[in-house]
Design a binder for this molecule. Structure first.
Ligand code: SAM
Ligand code: SF4
Ligand code: F3S
Length: 465
């Protein structure tokens, strides 16, 4: 039986939480350990952050997190729908769990996130995979307690994917994986409706958190020892209370930490934003600005609302103030109807801008979006070859541009062990990967590294003691 009840309302969450606390306490008493839960997030940082909130909520109810699905009583897969291959991954994982679920019928298997929010995908998941107990969309994350309590009491299956108003300032707890780098959403949803993109359909309209609540969270994170705060939004430039103001406000918080953010939409990237980045010492000198295409005809068909010349003006302004200003970008190759000549316009423009990092994707049709209805005569294979051409042809420009760091000393936040023995890897203020020799005790700390060599998308250096 599939339950499609309304699980919203504070009282339902309160009752649900009380029930779950009793359930986890009884489990702990009987087995000597609390029940374990696993939340696995696919997709972007926003989704990872949502996953951390779900884990936080579960921990509050008495569950203990694990990364090993084989020992968990509750499995939640927090999905992404941005491209077909992201959805394929989820179907693969859920398919693989069929046997496991048959052997462990008491384990609860839940699917949430963007793919779950998309009605057709959710219904298909539910009808194809009998092993799924619970499907809830991005608007129902705050209803987790009520849904789980219902499942534990009455079993059955739950589908909860209605779009509904949510309060961006609603309180939450979050269990972050990293103890030094934190994702912090400042807004949710998107109003832009780029014609290829599913995000506005699965995340709803833009909702901004108040600057007070963002500031309070940053202060707490800094007090807890966090060194890097990554502000998140699909387009932070349309933050309702003014994004440059927010950056200046957060820059004023005392402590040894740095501020990153993503993403910025080029149509709203202002001179004020560039001036603020350059003027605030805690804000990283890097802008992720998704170009998508260098062809004005394709940009128009994508509903991006800027031309390549508008984009260039932002780059020119930033580099007039700081010649080595770092940009990274997203590129879609093979938008419906794109010709080879139009693709070449992208290729040439990418070389002109000199990006430090390019995230490039072959266009993937998303049902329900406008672009999915357009004629698309170029084959997937051909698009794959264009993508390779873009990256290969840009390689020389990128590695030449990376050389600007050689001889400089950069402040690096150490992310973890490098590939070779006794090496470390981290990111500098420009978001460039820096590899160097050092002790693992430096992980999660800032250190100064003198850059000695550069590669295509990373640099090597020596620790300055
Ligand atoms: N809001 C961000 C922005 O506009 O910069 C982008 C967020 S989206 C999750 C990340 C990237 O996925 C996009 O910039 C775009 O390059 C890519 N993307 C989105 N829809 C796609 C599709 N249908 N096919 C291929 N790539 C897509
Ligand atoms: Fe998608 Fe465009 Fe919104 Fe980014 S700005 S999430 S690409 S619709
Ligand atoms: Fe992110 Fe994927 Fe959703 S990129 S917003 S998790 S569709």
């Amino acid at each position: 039986m599939v339950v499609q009840r309304d699980f919203s309302g504070e009282d339902k969450q309160r009752d649900g939480l009380e029930y779950l606390k009793k359930y986890t306490a009884a489990h702990a008493e009987r087995f000597g350990v609390p029940p374990l839960c696993m939340v696995h997030s696919f997709g972007c940082q926003q989704n990872v952050s949502d996953g951390e909130r779900l884990l936080g909520a579960l921990a509050e109810a008495g569950f203990e997190p694990t990364d090993d699905y084989k020992i968990a009583q509750l499995l939640i897969f927090n999905t992404c729908a941005v491209r077909e291959n992201a959805e394929d991954k989820v179907r693969g994982v859920v398919g693989d769990l069929k046997k496991f679920k048959e052997q462990h019928p008491d384990v609860i298997l839940g699917i949430c996130g963007c793919m779950a929010q998309e009605k057709k995908s959710a219904e298909r998941l539910l009808s194809t995979y009998g092993q799924i107990d619970l499907i809830f969309g991005t608007f129902a994350n705050g209803e987790l307690y009520a849904m789980l309590a219902e499942l534990l009491k009455n079993r059955g299956r739950i589908l909860n994917i209605e779009e509904k108003p949510t309060d961006p300032d609603a309180p939450f707890t979050q269990l972050r994986k990293s103890s030094y780098s934190a994702f912090l959403p400042i807004m949710y949803g998107c109003n832009n409706f780029c014609t290829y993109c599913i995000v506005p359909y699965v995340r709803g309209r833009e909702r901004s958190r108040s600057p007070e609540s963002v500031e309070a969270e940053v202060r707490q994170l800094v007090a807890d020892g966090y060194k890097e705060i990554m502000l998140l939004g699909q387009n932070v430039n349309s933050y309702s209370y003014g994004f440059p103001e927010l950056l200046r406000r957060l820059n004023g918080i005392e402590g040894d930490f740095r501020i990153r953010f993503m993403s910025s939409h080029p149509k709203d990237a202002s001179r004020e934003l560039i001036d603020t980045i350059i003027g605030c010492e805690k804000v990283c000198k890097h802008l992720h600005l998704a170009l998508q295409s260098g062809s004005d005809r394709i940009l128009k068909a994508m509903n991006r609302r800027y031309t390549h010349e508008d984009f260039w003006k932002i780059v020119e302004y930033a580099r007039s103030k700081r010649p080595d200003f770092s940009f990274s970008t997203d590129i879609i190759v093979g938008f419906p109807g794109e010709t080879y000549e139009e693709f070449c316009e992208t290729k040439e423009f990418v070389k002109k801008v000199k990006f430090d990092n390019i995230y490039s994707f072959v266009y993937s049709p998303r049902s329900g979006t406008k672009a999915a209805e357009l004629d698309d005569p170029v084959s997937e294979k051909q698009k794959g070859l264009w993508l390779r051409e873009l990256l290969l042809e840009n390689r020389e420009v990128a590695s030449e541009w990376m050389k600007r760091f050689v001889g400089r000393t950069c402040r690096v936040l150490v992310d973890g062990a490098g590939k070779e023995q006794e090496t470390l890897t981290g990111h500098n203020d420009e978001n460039i990967i820096v590899n160097f020799s050092g002790d693992e005790s430096l992980i999660g700390k800032f250190c100064d590294v003198r850059i000695t060599d550069s590669m295509n998308w990373a640099v090597k250096g020596e620790l300055v003691l």
